[in-house]
Design a protein around this ligand. Structure first.
Ligand code: SF4
Length: 370
């Protein structure tokens, strides 16, 4: 399992030091290679690579167009519950926050699906829950998949880490993909941000990706939350994790996200801030490191920044997102998990992409492949 592999092979502080010690010679060597090592990746995200950002952007654009064409896949999230037994210090759904808790019924979930279909020709749906295994566990998620399945071609979940058996069970109810954010790979400090509940167990979360792979999940999405720990070290650990997964679960497709922390009811202030330029550098570095990985930008990012990045490496975007359960039709005024930055209508998002020479792809999967 990856948590053992991580412990045996990589040290947080050494990795941080190695990244900061990278020189322009290391960056140039990384840019001269066809296949990059994790050390090359570290060079490209290091401060030493900042002057090379234009070169990296062009390389990222070429690789992306060669592998994905000029397309951007569009998806929309559907939050079906904000009930949560965890206490992540940065999240508005933290169990200590005195907010109304909602667990949508199957009828309400169906109403949300219909409302989403009126917003645009969405076929890729991301179903999101808090973590409440008793009140909204595997059975509830399975029911939600069954309700959503007639409306969408592709169903992904972002829920609590599950057992291998439960992931396998859900693939029979229409599950195509699973997204899970490790949040941070800093094992020593992980518990500061996740003090209680199942999410406080670093190994259980980290090894969830192995369980997804073993269950044959078609697509796995990874991410670290930018704002907790040194982002360069965290994304290096994630790149290593991705390499590890690719070797073992080679039939699976992968995506990566770099969510920057947004304001939430928690009031938590980020420990580190990543600038737009740094996020762009990271995006280019990841594309050069892994030509096949989907790189996803959510509506956490500003509309204009998403447009700027749409031609340079990003391959997937959300649009029209609400981060509150029932936010599309049932409870439009309920409390959101975090504030979105890009609230543009999905049709505006699509029109802007077309104006940039990108084809917005609403459907890239068919149920017949399940
Ligand atoms: S981040 Fe997820 S698990 Fe943590 S409190 Fe929020 S909803 Fe719950």
């Amino acid at each position: 399992m990856f948590s053992d592999y991580l412990k045996s092979n990589f040290d947080w502080d050494t990795t941080t030091r190695d990244i900061l010690a990278m020189t322009s010679a290391d960056v140039e060597q990384a840019l001269s290679r066809e296949r990059l090592t994790d050390r090359d990746f570290m060079a490209l995200i290091s401060p030493a690579a900042a002057p090379y950002i234009e070169t990296m952007a062009q390389r990222s654009r070429q690789i992306t167009e060669r592998r994905f064409g000029k397309t951007i896949s569009i998806f929309i999230p559907l939050y079906i519950t904000n009930s949560c037994t965890n206490s992540c210090v940065y999240c508005g759904f933290n169990r200590h926050n005195k907010i109304p808790r909602v667990i949508l019924t199957p009828e309400q979930i169906e109403a949300e699906c219909k409302a989403i279909k009126e917003m645009g020709p969405f076929e890729n749906l991301l179903i999101v829950t808090g973590e409440n295994p008793l009140m909204a566990g595997t059975q509830y998620i399975e029911k939600a998949l069954q309700v959503c399945r007639p409306y969408f071609s592709n169903l992904t979940i972002e829920v609590m880490p599950l057992s291998t058996e439960d992931y396998a069970r859900l693939t029979h109810s229409g599950l195509n993909g699973v997204i899970c954010f490790q949040e941070t790979y800093n094992r020593d400090r992980y518990k500061i941000y996740h003090p209680a509940g199942m999410k406080s167990k670093f190994e259980w979360r980290c090894d969830g990706f192995d369980r997804m792979g073993m269950a044959g999940v078609h697509k796995i999405g990874m991410g670290v939350l930018i704002g907790l720990e040194d982002w360069r070290t965290d994304v290096t650990m994630m790149a290593r994790h991705l390499t590890y997964l690719r070797k073992r679960y080679w039939k699976t497709r992968y995506s990566v996200n770099f969510p920057r922390m947004r304001p939430s009811e928690s009031g938590f202030q980020p420990n580190v801030v990543m600038t737009d330029r740094e996020l762009a550098q990271l995006t280019f570095a990841f594309r050069i490191f892994d030509p096949d990985v989907d790189i996803s930008y959510s509506t956490r990012e500003e509309h204009s920044f998403r447009n700027n990045m749409a031609t340079l490496g990003v391959t997937t975007m959300s649009a029209g997102s609400k981060t509150d359960p029932g936010g599309y039709a049932t409870y439009p005024e309920s409390l959101e998990q975090f504030a979105v930055s890009d609230s543009a209508d999905p049709r505006v998002v699509a029109a802007d992409l077309r104006a940039l020479g990108r084809e917005p792809v609403w459907k890239d999967w068919d149920r017949v492949f399940d």
